[in-house]
Design a protein around this ligand. Structure first.
Ligand SMILES: [Zn+2]
Ligand SMILES: [Zn+2]
Ligand SMILES: [Zn+2]
Length: 262
């Protein structure tokens, strides 16, 4: 379901799907009050952006960044919240040009890429849609849409999250009762992919006793191998890919600053 997952508005805590929150953010009374009461001498421009999984719109984020920040800052944030497993390469594609985390300046593999050391104000504009890729092997692809540009009081934070999809409620494919905690990366796109902890334990024990019966010894390596094959369920378009175990810096659920009253 394209973009139908819901998320909270940072400022008032009301829940919307992404289309709704985009409109809401410009009408939210709480946000207006916060912005009006923020004071400071320096002003700066802010880009509001929608980030989403290119092929799975369940996962989305609406963020705001000062226009003096760089593509590198945006890349770092995306890695921190959604991607980082083992320091793979990443790249933005904007108007047909590549901006790489580790640019191949020699151009050995074709057109030389640019670095990510560009300020957002020199690259982005309202309405722009750019592509982002993390890991050129088991690639996770995003689209990033620049929704809006505004002037405001300068903030130190490189990124402010305005809203994020709530974690999807995934059920264990085996008991079909408990919440899924694990995903089998070899079955990512199959129905059997999700496991709860008790089904996983039962599965491991069944495998172990099977192995013990057939050759009379308990093969530890087999058991370890089997356990390694499960990755934790997490709120990211990279769930179940490579060795991705979720974010170390951001909890799966985005907590708004306020909850709606009444
Ligand atoms: Zn709001
Ligand atoms: Zn990896
Ligand atoms: Zn289960």
């Amino acid at each position: 379901m394209a973009g139908q997952s819901k998320g909270y508005c940072k400022y008032c805590g009301n829940e919307y799907i992404w289309g709704g929150i985009r409109r809401h953010l410009h009408a939210c009374k709480e946000r207006k009050a916060v912005l009006a009461s923020t004071t400071g001498k320096r002003s700066c421009g802010y880009f509001e952006m929608l980030l989403y999984g290119k092929y799975d719109h369940t996962y989305w984020l609406i963020i705001e960044m000062p226009d003096t920040r760089t593509l590198q800052d945006l890349d770092q944030f995306i890695r921190n919240i959604w991607m980082e497993c083992c320091g793979h390469l990443s790249s933005f594609r904007i108007y047909g040009e590549s901006y790489d985390a580790y640019p191949d300046t020699e151009g050995f593999w074709g057109e030389p890429a640019k670095s990510m050391n560009y300020r957002l104000k020199d690259i982005l504009s309202e309405g722009l849609v750019m592509d982002y890729e993390y890991d050129f092997g088991s690639t996770t692809e995003l689209e990033i849409k620049v929704l809006h540009y505004r002037q405001g009081v300068w903030k130190r934070d490189p990124v402010t999250i305005l809203s994020r999809n709530n974690p999807p409620e995934l059920l264990c494919s085996h008991c079909k009762k408990n919440h899924a905690q694990w995903i089998d990366p070899t079955r990512l796109f199959e129905e059997e992919a999700f496991w709860c902890e008790s089904c996983r334990q039962a599965h491991i024990q069944a495998k172990a006793s099977q192995t013990a019966k057939t050759d009379g010894t308990c093969d530890d390596s087999y058991e370890d191998f089997d356990e390694e094959y499960f990755l934790p369920v997490c709120n990211s378009p990279r769930m179940g890919v490579c060795a991705y175990e979720g974010s170390e810096l951001y909890p799966d659920t985005f907590e708004p600053d306020k909850r709606p009253v009444g």
